[in-house]
Design a protein. Sequence first.
Length: 228
Amino acid sequence: MALQLWETLKEAITAYTGLSPAAFFTVLALLWAIYYVLSGMFGSSDNHQQQRSREYEEQMEPLPPPVQLGEISEEELKQYDGSDSNKPLLMAIKSQIYDVSQSRMFYGPGGPYALFAGKDASRALAKMSFEEKDLTGDISGLGPFELEALQDWEYKFMSKYVKVGSIKSTVPVTDGASSGESTEPKGVVDTPAETKEVDIAKPAEDGPSETAAAGPVATPSSDDTKKE
């Protein structure tokens, strides 16, 4: 029975492949050997990569919870640009500060957006610019499309990252004394006291004198003189 099946198999191999049974099994063995070698090469590479990724995940420490900073200046914000691994990685949009530590691969040192970290990069994000002059929170003069792009970035940050503070306003305080304006009410002329006293004591040149005001002086007549 087995011999009959073998004879049938040999006839089928010759009929369908045109090869002798010995050549057919030789080719089949070579294909198996090639498959084994290739699977060993690529399979070991995948396993090695998976092992490295697992080791990297085990070495990574969990991120600390975001710390609320309140209001800080732009100079203080520069301390959180990722250069110090012990500090959170922060970035600001429209004066609102967000903790982007979970995306350190993008905003941390060596990342594609590393120059945005530690700054208010509103203008740069709106214009999709990487120039130093655009790394500012000043968005004056932007067009409607740029403002819309900035709004999209803000929505993205609000939904993905935690807000931890804001940038202090740098509006200068105007001083009335330094501007040279007088604080005294306009229209009131302050006359020195000495001048007032002189004006009071000085008689009016054009007005009547005290003698004239007292009336005419009585002059004795000639008859009264003769009587005396």
